[in-house]
Design a protein around this ligand. Structure first.
Ligand SMILES: [Zn+2]
Length: 328
C-alpha cells in the first residue's frame, strides 16, 4: 500500500473514533464498543524511518557508489522506510575547502539523492557542512552569504539551522550541534547557542506528541570513554572534549526529562555505534554511512545506518544495519 494512503486512512479512523467518543458512543463494553475501539490494522503499523548520519560525500574513495548503495539498501523491498532523517556531515569536507570545491561536493550529494532516492528526506547539519570558518583554507572573508551554514542551508533548502515537524503522530526536533569555538579561528564546539536553546524550550512546551530529537554530535554517549586513551588525567579529571560531545548535554538531558515527551535522541559524529538510556530517554549514536570516512578502519563503525520504527503508543524499535558496503 502507498504509505501516504495508509497514513491518511489511519488519521481518518482516529478522527472518526475521537468524534464518536465525544458523543458518548464508545461508552460501555458491548460488542459495538469493542469493534469501534479495536485499532484497525493500519493503526498498528509503525512509522519507519532511517537515520543516515555522516555520509561525508565527495568524489574520492568510491564515496558516491557507497552512498548510492546505502540509498538502494534502505529503499529495497522489505525495508519499507518512509523517510530518511540525515544526521549531519553530509559532505566531506565543506569546512576546509574553497567555495567552488564545497559547491561541487554539495552538487554531487544532491545529484545522488535526486537520482537514487524516492522517499522524503529531512536534513540535519554537522561540523563538516559549515563553510568559511577556516578562512585560510576556505579563502573566505566572513561576509559571504555562504559563510557558516549559509551554503549548506541554500543547498538543502533549509530556512533555519534548527527546526521541528510532526510525522505520523510523532514530533521531530532537528538541532544544530555546531557552534564556532570563540578561542579558535577555525574550530567548533558542540553546544546550542542561546537562541536555539530558547527555541527548544518553547518547541517542547508546545507539543504533546512523543518526540525524537536528532543532533549531529552526541548529547549523551559512552563512545568517548572508548576512544583509545583515558579521558581523565591527574591534572584534568572528567574532561571530555567539546569537539566530541555536547558541552551542554547534562542540562539538555534535564530539559528533555522535564518535558516528558522526548523518547529517543539520535546522533552521529563519532562514527561509533552505542546506546545508553537514562530516565526513560534513549540516546543512540548511529555509526556512519561512510564507516571510517570511506576507508577501511577497524577503530570505527562499518558503513551503516539506523532503522527506527515509531509506534503509535510512544514506544519505538531501533537497530543499526550494515548495508553491505566494504571500504577499501
Ligand atoms: Zn562530525
Amino acid at each position: 500500500m502507498d504509505p501516504s494512503l495508509a497514513r491518511r486512512s489511519f488519521v481518518g479512523v482516529l478522527a472518526a473514533t475521537a468524534a464518536a467518543g465525544s458523543s458518548g458512543l464508545l461508552q460501555g463494553a458491548g460488542p459495538l464498543a469493542q469493534s469501534l475501539t479495536a485499532p484497525p490494522p493500519d493503526r498498528l503499523r509503525p512509522f519507519r524511518f532511517a537515520h543516515f548520519t555522516d555520509v561525508h560525500c565527495f568524489a574520492e574513495r568510491r564515496a558516491p557508489e557507497g552512498f548510492a548503495a546505502a540509498l538502494d539498501h534502505v529503499q529495497a523491498k522489505g525495508q519499507a522506510a518512509e523517510m530518511i532523517l540525515t544526521g549531519g556531515d553530509l559532505v566531506f569536507d565543506s569546512s576546509e575547502t574553497s567555495l567552488g570545491e564545497a559547491r561541487d561536493r554539495w552538487d554531487l550529494f544532491n545529484r545522488i539523492l535526486k537520482e537514487r532516492c524516492r522517499i522524503p528526506v529531512e536534513h540535519c547539519l554537522g561540523n563538516h557542512d559549515v563553510w568559511g570558518w577556516c578562512t585560510a583554507k576556505c579563502g573566505s572573508r566572513g561576509d559571504e552569504a555562504e559563510y557558516g551554514t549559509g551554503l549548506a542551508r541554500a543547498q538543502l533548502k533549509l530556512g533555519s539551522e534548527w527546526r521541528s515537524f510532526d510525522r505520523a503522530g510523532w514530533h521531530f526536533i532537528v538541532l544544530n550541534s555546531i557552534s564556532p569555538d570563540p578561542k579558535s579561528g577555525c574550530g567548533y564546539l558542540a553546544r546550542l547557542n542561546e537562541a536555539q536553546r530558547a527555541w527548544l524550550d518553547q518547541d517542547l512546551a508546545a507539543t504533546s506528541l512523543p518526540t525524537v530529537v536528532v543532533a549531529h554530535a552526541p548529547i549523551m554517549s559512552i563512545s568517548p570513554a572508548m576512544s583509545g586513551k583515558d579521558l581523565a588525567t591527574a591534572d584534568n579529571v572528567n574532561q571530555v572534549s567539546g569537539g566530541l560531545l555536547h558541552l551542554d548535554g547534562a542540562s539538555l538531558h534535564q530539559v528533555f526529562r522535564k518535558s516528558g515527551r522526548v523518547k529517543l535522541v539520535l546522533s552521529g559524529h563519532l562514527h561509533q555505534i552505542d546506546r545508553c538510556e537514562a530516565h526513560g530517554i534513549t540516546y543512540c549514536c548511529d555509526g556512519a554511512v561512510c564507516g571510517g570516512w570511506w576507508k577501511a578502519n577497524a577503530n570505527h563503525a562499518p558503513p551503516s545506518y539506523a532503522l527506527i520504527d515509531l509506534h503509535p503508543d510512544g514506544s519505538f524499535d531501533h537497530r543499526v544495519l550494515e548495508y553491505g558496503w566494504k571500504n577499501a
